[in-house]
Each structure stands twice: as C-alpha cells, then as structure tokens.
Design a binder for this molecule. Structure first.
Ligand code: PMP
Length: 370
C-alpha cells in the first residue's frame, strides 16, 4: 500500500531494530463472512447504540476542551463492571488493550529489559516488545497433549531461568483458545520476586463455566496485572477501549508513560455509555459461546483436530495445506485466519448463519481437496 515517491523506507534513518519488520497485517478484505479477527459479529443492540449516540452528542458540544485526563467516570464504571471489590484507582484504560499493553511495556520494559511469553500466544506481545525496545524471550508451551497446554511447573521453571522484567500470559490464549489454570498464574508470580506478571484476558467473558479469571488473584499481589478489552464481548472493537486492573501503584507507573489526554472525550463517552449497558451488550456472549462449541464439535466430526476453546474462536489442526484451505474458503466468501501454526487455521465464532456458512464452505473445500 506504499505510495512513496522517493527512495523509500530503506533511505530513511529508521531505527536499525525496525528494519525489515512488517506492519501488523490481518487482512481487511470485504467478504460476506469475516471470521478472522475475533470481532463480535453482532452490532450494538438498539438501546445501547442510542445511549452511545446521546452521550456523544453531549460531548461534541464540549470538544473545544481537553478530555478528563484521568477518565474518572469511566474507571469507576469499569471497576464496578469487573466486581471483585475493585476500585477506580486500580483501573487503567487506553485506546484498545493494545495500547494498555504498550503502556505496560513502556513503564516496565524498555532497553536492557526482557519480557517472557509463551508461544504461540498473541502476536502483538512480541511486537510491542520490539517497538518498545524490550528484549523478547519465546517461552515454550509443554504440549504433550498436543493442545498447547502450559503447566505450572514448566512456566515457573522458565520464569526462574530467564528472570524477566515482564511476563506475558494470555488466558484464554489467542490463537489457541486455551485458558490457563490459576495455578499457572500463581506459580509464575511466585517464581519471580520482581517481574510484572500480565494476564491478557481479552476473551475472558467467553470462558466456559468453571474457568476462573485471574482477577481473583489480585489482592496481595502488587505485581499482577489483568488486562481486558471492550473489543470482543462488548462488541465495541471500533471504539478502541481496553483496560486493566492492578495495584494502584501500577496505574501510577502508567501515568508516567501515557500521552496527555490519550483517551478522547468521544472514546470516554462512548465507552462509559456502553459499560452502563453491559448486560445488553453482553447479550451476544451466550450465543457466541454456543457457536464456538458447535464449531469444535462439527470440526471434530469432519475429522479435523479443533483445540477446546474458552474464547470466541477455535484453532483447528489436521489440515494438509492450511494456506490452500484459507484461499479456498476465501473463494467461498469466508475469511478465516492463518496464524502460521503448521497444519492449523483459526476461525472466529460468528452468528449462527455465519458459522453455518463457514462449516458448509469448509465441508465443500475438504471434499474438493483430494
Ligand atoms: N489481547 C489479545 C489476546 C487479543 O487477541 C487482542 C485482539 N486481537 C488484543 C489483546 C487487543 O485488542 P484491542 O486492542 O482491540 O483491545
């Protein structure tokens, strides 16, 4: 997409460590069935949409003023939504949880520091490490069961061995969908007396019954951080609002790196109206969970190897040529994600019609491919 008229990127005094890197690039292709970025397929329900519009209309008249730098009303509402006796001073927010993660890397990573993650996990974790000049260590998932599990023993041993400044956990994990047991989080936390331990819970609301959030572990653990987003369950990806819960001191650290007024008054108003309509907005979660479970069941029936999921997507293996399958699905109007794991693709659970379209297309594609 570059339209440079000069000698281009190579001629610029770009940071050496950025040379040769590619921008984040999940394809944004206009096809009937888009199941590639784990968005929520359901638009905002009408009452919530109207409440957002009304809140924005009020803010528009005050756009001559900078927003509340402390986004206090929003932090208070998010604390109430999260529960667990959390208070506003334990909540931080930014433009998507990607920016929340960037703030964490800016404050606790940086040159001369190291972050440890457990691959395969969210690809932006190493990416944000790179752009914040934080060294990245790819930890391993002990996968004896072939389901990308991470055991407490293995995780704790790797933390002790690498002695990182930041540990990135992801639960439910993107792209595998697997959630971590709380024993893994506590083992990681106890394996270091100095690292900030981040649990990226972008998909928490989709978890199956019995899967617990690391929010329950926050009391007494001042280096533990749990990040969330309104992009998935809240169906608000376009508004860009991510947040976290942690000790108030962690939020104070992030105040040192955020840009002044980083959350626009429009973003704050939209997000606040949306949080106040949480039950309404989260109404799609149950049907998406059901579609997720349906995908797991039906893919197994097709002889594929779906990974059990606590998220709104399913990673599935057993494909001889995932690139060819991805392309063939696209020709049937269905966009899924090739996450670069050999033999696998990832599909987002859509509404029942989209899920049917995916399953029908995949069935055809598998029949066509010898
Ligand atoms: N964490 C994980 C695990 C994700 O999958 C995503 C979105 N793909 C994000 C964070 C970032 O989402 P957002 O910036 O929209 O909050």
């Amino acid at each position: 997409g570059s339209t440079s008229v000069g000698p281009g990127l190579d001629a610029l005094p770009l940071r050496d460590d950025l040379r040769g890197r590619l921008p984040y690039g999940a394809p944004q292709i206009d096809v009937p069935v888009r199941l590639n970025t784990n968005e929520n397929s359901y638009p905002l329900p009408e009452p919530a949409a109207l409440a957002v519009v009304a809140a924005l209309a009020l803010e528009v008249r005050q756009l001559n003023r900078y927003p509340d730098r402390e986004f206090t009303a929003l932090r208070t509402a998010l604390a109430t939504y999260l529960g667990h006796d959390l208070t506003a001073d334990q909540v931080w927010a930014a433009n998507g949880s990607n920016e929340v993660l960037l703030h964490l890397f800016q404050a606790f990573g940086g040159p001369g520091r190291t972050a440890l993650g457990f691959t395969p996990a969210y690809s932006m974790h190493p990416n944000i490490a790179a752009t914040s000049a934080t060294a990245w260590v790819d930890g391993l998932r002990g996968a004896p069961s072939g389901q990308f599990d991470l055991t407490a023993e293995s995780a704790a041993e790797q933390v002790a061995r690498h002695d990182p400044d930041l540990v990135m956990l992801c639960s439910p994990n993107n792209p595998t969908g697997t959630a971590l047991g709380l024993d893994v989080v506590t083992a990681v936390y106890d394996a270091t007396d100095r690292a900030v331990v981040v649990v990226d819970e972008a998909y928490a609301e989709f978890a199956r019954t019995g899967t617990a959030s690391a929010l329950t572990l926050l009391p007494g653990r001042e280096r533990l951080v749990v990040t969330r987003t309104m992009s998935k369950a809240f169906a608000l990806a376009g508004a860009r609002l991510g947040y976290l819960a942690a000790d108030p001191a962690v939020c104070d650290a992030l105040r040192l790196v955020r840009l002044p007024y980083h959350l626009s008054s429009l973003t704050q108003a939209a997000a606040l109206a949306a949080v106040r309509h949480a039950p309404d907005l989260l109404g799609s979660v149950q049907v998406l969970r059901e579609q997720r479970d349906r995908i797991v069941t039906e893919l197994a029936g097709l002889g594929l190897a779906p990974v059990p999921s606590d998220a709104n997507f399913v990673l599935f293996g057993g494909l001889a040529d995932p690139v060819a399958t991805w392309q063939a699905l696209l020709e049937h109007g269905v966009l899924v994600r090739d996450v670069g794991i050999p033999g696998h693709l990832r599909v987002t659970a859509g509404n029942p019609d989209e899920t049917s379209a995916f399953l029908t297309a995949l069935t055809r594609v598998l029949e066509e491919t010898p």
